[in-house]
Design a protein around this ligand. Structure first.
Ligand SMILES: N[C@@H](CCC(=O)N[C@@H](CS)C(=O)NCC(=O)O)C(=O)O
Length: 212
């Protein structure tokens, strides 16, 4: 049995939920509330599992995995069908490039710990924090749209089946909405989102559909 330590509004955990659902794997969820009790990710027990104090963490038997990208690639290698990283070396590099735009270049700069640092240490006003968040989301989504244009321009982010790129994009769009970003310029990304949300794997992973 697989166990996923996750949090409803965590984009990184949302990626892992999508990947698990696309692979049609059963898993138990253990919520780690990122703000309750001073942040349950900082408890001693959870720190043992994830020394970075992040969600997600995935337990598969006696295997313990951290980092959502590593988790998705592990799932792909252990359960290759259906593939979420399909194609030849060029296609796979293209999919990883899109996924990394979100996971390396947007998400970490807008993460909870960074926002708390801006707020509490750097004394950045709420208005300027909003500018910061929106700036990096737009910067990444502009790049994502351009890279989509250089790929096969299929129904999903890269080709006609959902991949780890979509598993990164959809949570980031949800995060952008939660932060009040105007997404009207991103018609291609919104079209991909609409198609993804029609799939049960994405629907089941929605924050609104999580236990508790
Ligand atoms: N690179 C990590 C990032 C994980 C991450 O940033 N998780 C966030 C939630 S989306 C978190 O746990 N933040 C806790 C904090 O900032 O204290 C991954 O992809 O797993």
């Amino acid at each position: 049995m697989i166990t996923l330590y996750d949090f409803v509004n965590s984009g990184a955990a949302y990626r892992a939920r999508i990947a698990l659902n696309l692979k049609k794997l059963d898993y138990k969820q253990v919520p780690i509330h990122l703000t309750k009790d001073g942040g349950q990710q900082f408890s001693l027990d959870y720190t043992e599992l994830n020394p970075q104090n992040f969600v997600p963490t995935l337990i598969d038997g006696d295997i313990q995995l951290v980092q959502s990208m590593a988790i998705m690639e592990y799932l792909e290698e252990v359960h290759p069908n259906p593939s979420i990283l399909p194609g030849d070396a060029v296609a796979r590099a293209g999919i990883r490039a899109l996924a990394n735009i979100v996971s390396c270049d947007i998400h970490p700069i807008n993460n909870l710990r960074v926002r708390l640092y801006l707020d509490e240490i750097m004394d950045v006003t709420p208005e300027n924090q909003k500018f910061w968040i929106e700036h990096w989301i737009r910067n990444g989504f502009d790049a994502y749209t351009k890279f989509y244009g250089k790929g096969p321009q299929g129904k999903f982010s890269y080709g006609d089946t959902p991949t780890i790129a979509d598993a990164c994009l959809i949570p980031q769009i949800a995060n952008a909405r939660r932060n009040g970003c105007d997404l009207s310029d991103y018609t291609i990304l919104l079209r991909i989102e609409e198609l993804c949300q029609e799939l049960p794997a994405f629907e089941k992973a929605l924050p609104a559909n999580q236990p508790g």
